[in-house]
Design a protein around this ligand. Structure first.
Ligand code: CP
Length: 306
């Protein structure tokens, strides 16, 4: 499969997803064997305007494991000429002269699409504000496939900051491509899943249910996809943030309520919405999920370069 820009989850179809997951499984073997030099002439630019641990480090590691090289800024707003007023479009056109692929994280919805519009080099969206995080959703799906074996028939609870969470938006788009999915959206009233996603699910005949009571949903699902209440997206609405934080916590009690074969996922970082006592339970899949990000991003880069 050949890829160019990776901007939104909707651009992937089932054959593309199957190819990508097969390639990611192969990348697990490549990493175990110490990596490859296949893409040693390629350079990746990592242009991050928002903080990141997993996405930036896993993309950079992916590039190194593929034999390529990386140019990077971890805080483009401060350490690039954006601080002098340069536009995103100009920055991206300049990077076209240096790099073979541009991985961008930005605080504005639609920023990756704007970057792609002026870029000959492939642009990969590593998160655009409260818009989308397609590579996260791809690694989430890869994780579900590995842990639960089948995605068709999945029952999943998405929990927490659904209104401002880009990972759950992208994951809902991807899940709508599979059969017999049921999504439980569990969120405080202020952070309900946005109508554009609900409309997309209705159009694609995906069953969903909105709920505020996590305890009643936990025994029903195969995956609990917990998310952080994102303080940084509330601006000066501190009172709203305080109302929403701490409402849903996955702890020992929650584990007792969940199915024995279910899993807990989280895009991370977490604050207190998953207690550390959960980490020891085999159903805690979030660190394995983050590891899968390396393999899926290696597969994506390799498809972009092929
Ligand atoms: N899941 C995720 O995007 O994590 P980072 O913000 O650390 O990249």
């Amino acid at each position: 499969m050949k890829l160019h820009h990776v901007i939104e989850a909707q651009q992937f179809n089932l054959p593309m997803l199957h190819d990508l997951f097969d390639s990611a499984a192969e990348m697990e073997r490549v990493v175990a064997a110490g990596g490859t030099q296949e893409f040693q002439k390629r350079i990746m630019a990592a242009l991050f305007y928002e903080p990141s641990t997993r996405t930036r480090f896993s993309f950079e590691t992916a590039m190194h494991r593929l034999g390529g090289r990386v140019i990077s800024t971890e805080n483009a707003a401060e350490f690039s000429s954006v601080a002098k007023g340069e536009t995103l479009e100009d920055t991206v056109q300049i990077l076209n002269g240096y790099a073979d692929v541009i991985v961008i994280r930005h605080h504005e919805v639609g920023a990756a699409k704007r970057a792609a519009a002026v870029s000959q080099a492939p642009v990969i969206n590593a998160g655009d504000g409260a818009g989308q995080h397609p590579t996260q959703a791809l690694l989430d799906l890869y994780t579900i496939r590995k842990e639960i074996s089948s995605i068709d028939g999945l029952k999943i609870a998405m929990v927490g900051d659904l209104a401002q969470g880009r990972t759950v938006r992208s994951l809902a788009y991807l899940l709508s491509k599979y059969q017999d999915i049921k999504i439980y959206f569990v969120a405080p009233a202020l952070l309900k899943m946005k109508e554009d996603i609900l409309e997309h699910l209705r159009e694609h005949h995906v069953a969903y249910q909105e709920d505020t009571d996590l305890d009643s949903v936990l025994p029903l699902v195969d995956v609990v996809y917990q998310t952080r209440i994102q303080k940084e997206r509330f601006g000066d609405r501190i009172a709203d943030y305080e109302k929403c934080r701490g409402v849903y916590v996955i702890n020992r009690h929650a584990l007792e309520t969940m199915k024995p074969k279910s899993i807990v996922m989280h895009p991370l970082p977490r604050l207190d919405e998953i207690s550390m006592e959960v980490d020891r339970d085999p159903r805690a899949a979030y660190f394995r999920q983050a590891q899968n990000g390396l393999y899926v991003r290696m597969a994506l880069l390799s498809m972009v370069f092929s």
